[in-house]
Design a protein around this ligand. Sequence first.
Ligand SMILES: Cc1ncc(COP(=O)(O)O)c(C=O)c1O
Length: 479
Amino acid sequence: MIIRIIVLLFARGIVIPLMAAPQSLDARGRNAEAAEEKGVIRLNTPESFLKRMHRHLAPTMAKDFPNLPVIGEEGCYYLGLDGRKYLDFTSGIAVTNVGHRHPKVVEAIKRAADRLLHGPMGVIVYESALKLAEELARILPEGLDSFFFGNSGTEAVEGAIKLAKHVTGKPCVVSFTGCFHGRTLGALSLSTSKSKYRKHLHAVSGVYQIPYADPRGCPPDREPARWCVEELDKNLEHLFQHQVSPEEIACVILEPILGEGGYIVPPRQWLVRLREICDRHGILLVFDEVQTGFGRTGQWFAAQTFGVTPDIMAIAKGIASGLPLGVTAASRELMQKWTPGAHATTFGGNPIACEAALATIRVIEEENLLANCRQMGAYAREKLDKLAEKHARIGDVRSVGLMIGIEIIDPETGEPDGEALLKILHRCAEYGVLFYLCGNRGEVIRMIPPLTVNRDQIDEGLKVLDRVLAELEAGHPVP
Ligand SMILES: Cc1ncc(COP(=O)(O)O)c(C=O)c1O
């Protein structure tokens, strides 16, 4: 086994750093061998990788889950350094919606790189950016037809807030408890999914938070949608009376489905009411669709899934299949009020990223991935509901399309159990399936496979989850 690993690593040109730590590789090899006999796949991170990671990468990045050493990616899989294929139900955190390294996207990137590498917009103008803007105008909800191109989700959010403040001339913003909008100081000031993200943050002024819709809190004798709407009315009324008047509020920003905060799906009526209240008070409504966008909910955007159109939208992640691209979208009427120079970027709308986005849109349409997302989402949901009946560890399953949250609880107390969840995710990874996590206490399994996923792959992934939950319950490996 050890020889096999070394030969494999030699073939991939990484034997020298590994030779520097023969002892630990040996130990790891033995563990892997023993584990393999039991049918378990051990994550085999070479000691040299760990050392290099911890020497030169900031711990804030380097200590995440699962730090799988990979040498490649393809379709729904990562190719591990250990030579195994790992079924990826994270989509690189909701990015590779058309699958990892889709051949048509790769081809578009190669062609683009042969022509134009850097597009400092303003200095030059080029076809891919113009074409992408036209394509986005076609697939976004009607009325959102003008775009600012940046590099990331955070930047798309920052752009949205700046635009809202600029065009309304108002200073304040309302966001929702539990939402995540990014990690720069402005976007972070709006984000409350976890307090650890905000450590030592002196939030920008003029940000107010109210609770997100949470149907789980609905009293048993009430109808959840109506109750959520009444709570929203109450919370906003209270905010307007005690803290900030609506005339001072530029925009209300939210994720149309709570992402990082635990995959909570608000009732449609709640979003409809929010739209009405914003209209009544001349407040702009901003949807952060960084995670919900680009097909994840079974439509291009959650705005279309819910039938509620915001004034401004932030888009990133899945748009360019892995290349950095963020978009702030609004109506032409609104965007025309953003005066020249008020906002700009050096790299935003990079020509290669724009071509990757155009290819991504083509693939989603040619391969009917929105329909596949809805079908596979329903298929996975049915299976997960059955798993929830079987395993007391599953407290709740929530989903729209292929945006699926599986809440893990302590069966004794019914309380969210982030510790057990981490064990489950590690074990699943050892068996070759990657899930991610979310929720304020890290208690929700985030299942977001590529939209190309098929029934066999869902069966494969959920079989592993089933087995791992059974092991946890039994307190020992289950064959
Ligand atoms: C809803 C939402 N908004 C914004 C962001 C920030 O995006 P990025 O990491 O590309 O800056 C994320 C990232 O996870 C997100 O999920």
